[in-house]
Design a protein around this ligand. Structure first.
Ligand SMILES: [Zn+2]
Length: 463
């Protein structure tokens, strides 16, 4: 079916969306993509020239072979991609192609009539390709581009869902689109392509090993996503020549995991000279502290601040450890981060202050947590912390909302959040609801002593 070719522009982010095809429902798809695009924080999009909607991917060489007499079926067909990220090259700015025809042929037709389904399907593809852009163009590549793109895809999708369908988030996280994508991969291999002047994987490995290439595990570590960082760093360590940040960060995580300081003690000498000295001291100090060598750890952390006072993270890591020892010198360092010109780490400073005042001045604590959440809205720990402060302020209904937000955002200790909700309802005299949440807590972790006590107290002993 032919018609006029549509184009558009995402409203908030002003990225042109051009459609080269005209099929049934293309208007709805255009507006879905524009809506999805507007949920992406603008700092992830610089340089992205346009989004192009096409029918299906045509391998440039395919035409060449079709015209030659030798071809006859000997060329393996390229996988029918869902999307493609065109990297920056000498002539072109980065762009993203989405192969709407291919996608629509893969999913049962009625699915794309529902807005939520369209958002899930096209969000999956679009966010993955934007992930390639962030990884390659904004962060300079390094590591496995597919893993990095998948991680960004999950993060961007989370942001979109929380902004648009917060209550569906938990259900849709089990994402049926992921299952379709998995079946696709099983049949065809990769679901998208990374087009450029040479093979992306080889290039990124070369970049990751040359200095300057940054692997995404490093970013995740620095953002505090330690579990996710661990695997990426583990993969990157062998390739890092000479041993640098990835090796150092991995050694820190491993030392804490295995409760063995020798791992990090050894690596410090290996990376010395390749990693800035203050970072070495910061990581070393934090790890030693976390392993129980408190005084030794704090000495290293002080040295890190001395070596590079301008790095907010040095001061934050020192402040957090001082706070955990009950040393009010921590407050001075938090304040210094808040008054610094860099925005980096301000939310962590507010979080630190909120922890400090949780017992002595819960109202102030909640104020600080609120500011931290404004700066970092999708952090589950912050919502949990807010809930704890709100209980101390006798604001139990608000606390319930915050516990629930923490659960929705994937808070690690789910039983504690559900338990918290149960306790709030108990204190509010709503026993039925209290029992309901105590049972959810038990379902999340049947072994927990806390949950057993709570269930026994509320009388929900039946399983
Ligand atoms: Zn990809």
């Amino acid at each position: 079916m032919m018609g006029s070719v549509k184009s558009g522009m995402s409203e908030a982010n002003r990225i042109p969306i051009r459609s080269e095809i005209s099929c049934e429902g293309i208007d709805r798809i255009l507006s879905t993509i524009s809506h999805l695009l507007d949920s992406v924080p603008p700092e992830y999009l610089p340089g992205l020239q346009e989004i192009v909607l096409c029918d299906s991917y045509v391998h440039p060489q395919e035409n060449l072979y079709v015209n030659s007499s030798v071809s006859n079926g000997n060329l393996p067909a390229p996988p029918p991609y869902w999307g493609l990220y065109y990297r920056r090259n000498a002539r072109l700015e980065p762009s993203i192609h989405i192969f709407v025809g291919t996608i629509l042929r893969w999913f049962p037709a009625p699915m794309c009539r529902f807005r939520i389904c369209r958002e899930a399907i096209f969000g999956h593809v679009l966010f993955h390709e934007i992930g390639h852009h962030i990884h390659r163009d904004i962060h300079g590549g390094g590591g496995d581009p597919e893993k990095a793109a998948d991680q960004w895809q999950r993060q961007l999708n989370k942001g979109f869902m929380l902004a648009n369908h917060p209550w569906l988030w938990r259900i849709l996280r089990l994402s049926w689109v992921q299952n379709w994508a998995k079946r696709w991969r099983e049949r065809y291999g990769k679901q998208d392509g990374n087009a450029g002047t040479c093979d992306d994987r080889a290039l990124s490995q070369a970049m990751g090993s040359a200095s300057g290439g940054k692997c995404s595990g490093i970013d995740l570590f620095e953002q505090g996503e330690l579990e996710e960082a661990y695997l990426l760093l583990e993969n990157a360590v062998g390739r890092e020549q000479p041993p640098g940040l990835a090796t150092l960060y991995f050694a820190c995580l491993k030392a804490v995991k295995t409760l063995d300081r020798t791992t990090v003690d050894k690596v410090i000498t290996q990376v010395h000279g390749n990693v800035e000295e203050d970072l070495c001291e910061q990581c070393w100090g934090a790890t030693l502290f976390d392993l129980g060598y408190h005084e030794e750890g704090i000495q290293h952390l002080r040295l890190a601040v001395q070596l590079k006072p301008g790095r907010n993270r040095n001061r934050l890591v020192l402040a957090d450890r001082l706070r955990r020892r009950g040393n009010d010198e921590a407050l001075k360092w938090y304040e210094s981060v808040l008054t610094s010109e860099l925005g980096e780490g301000k939310w962590s400073a507010y979080r630190g202050l909120a922890h400090w005042y949780l017992d002595s001045d819960p109202k102030l604590s909640v104020e600080y947590t609120t500011r931290a959440i404004e700066l970092n809205p999708y952090n589950a720990d912050l919502h949990y912390l807010a809930a704890c402060g709100l209980i101390e302020c006798d604001r139990r209904l608000d606390a319930i909302d915050q516990f629930q937000a923490a659960v929705d955002l994937g808070y690690d200790v789910t039983e504690a959040a559900f338990g918290g909700i149960a306790e709030c309802y108990r204190d509010l005299g709503q026993r039925e609801k209290a029992v309901k949440y105590a049972k959810l807590a038990r379902k999340a972790n049947p072994q927990s002593d806390y949950v057993r006590r709570l269930c026994a107290e509320l009388g929900c002993t039946d399983v």
